[in-house]
Design a protein around this ligand. Structure first.
Ligand SMILES: [Zn+2]
Length: 272
């Protein structure tokens, strides 16, 4: 878990991102605030990534995406292309990000004789279906429901005899249910509807419209028969010691294993 936080800055939780290590590949799902610091702590880094998978284009899931691009480029000898998968709109996001980095890219090319061109980012947009398949790793996506943020996708990675679904922000929906069927691990961003209703600030109330609650995530997990539910990006973040109570709420709807991890917790998906 390279980032278990949310848009709300938190001293202990980086913004949303997860590193999936599967058959030796390093797959980064979303690139929230601080993800490169957490990747460094996890023994990975921008140069080690085989792919970046973006669930949607909300800023909190992308805060450090530009840093991934720059760090991979400037730290590669020679720089390797970065493969990015995301929903429709990702191509434009990458173009805009490279435009934002334009001055920096120019400075570095002018300064370093061995750099002749800017970062190469290869984009694959997905609306659902097969994203990548080889002898060891299969990546599929499915459309999710996070309107007015649209389109959005969730990913499933099958490898090493195990499977993990990383859902991003979404309310329960058919695409997610289908993707989750029989998965070993299902990671879902969640909000705490009770805590948000107590504060009742309109802009905070709005987030209830398009996220899964803890109960929603648990019900999706139960319908799909997953092995483990991972609650991520909890808004508001649990106070120290409150994790057990929130896990208990999910357990009212789902009989499997439930985790509410801290940053840098490592979750075994399967033993091949
Ligand atoms: Zn979002």
């Amino acid at each position: 878990m390279t980032g278990t936080g949310s848009p709300i800055p938190d001293p202990n939780r980086a913004g949303p991102s997860q590193l999936v290590v599967a058959a030796g590949r390093h797959l980064l799902v979303d690139a929230g605030r601080g993800c490169l610091m957490r990747l460094a702590a996890a023994g990975s880094g921008a140069g080690a990534l085989d792919r970046v998978l973006l669930t949607h284009l909300h800023s909190d899931h992308l805060t450090d995406f530009n840093d991934v691009i720059t760090s991979r480029w400037i730290g590669g000898f020679p720089p390797a292309p970065l493969d990015v998968v995301g929903p429709v709109g990702t191509e434009r996001l990458v173009g805009d990000t490279l435009a934002m980095l334009g001055p920096d890219i120019g400075y570095r090319i002018a300064h370093h004789e061995d750099l002749e061109s800017g970062p190469e980012v290869r984009v694959q947009e997905t609306s659902g279906g097969l994203v990548h398949e080889d002898d060891e790793v299969r990546i599929t996506s499915a459309p999710t429901e996070h309107r007015p943020v649209h389109p959005t996708v969730a990913y499933r990675i099958d490898a090493d005899g195990g499977s993990v679904v990383l859902a991003g922000d979404t309310v329960p929906c058919a695409g997610l249910d289908e993707l989750c069927v029989g998965a070993d691990v299902y990671v879902q961003t969640v909000v705490r509807d009770d805590a948000i209703r107590q504060v009742a600030i309109p802009r905070l109330m709005d987030v209830l419209d398009y996220h899964s609650t803890i109960a929603d995530a648990a019900e999706t997990a139960a319908r799909a028969g997953v092995g483990t539910l991972v609650l991520n990006h909890v808004v508001p973040a649990p106070a120290p010691g409150q994790e057990e109570e929130l896990v208990g709420r999910a357990a009212e709807h789902f009989d499997g294993r439930i985790l509410l991890p801290a940053d840098l917790e490592r979750i075994a998906v399967s033993v091949a």
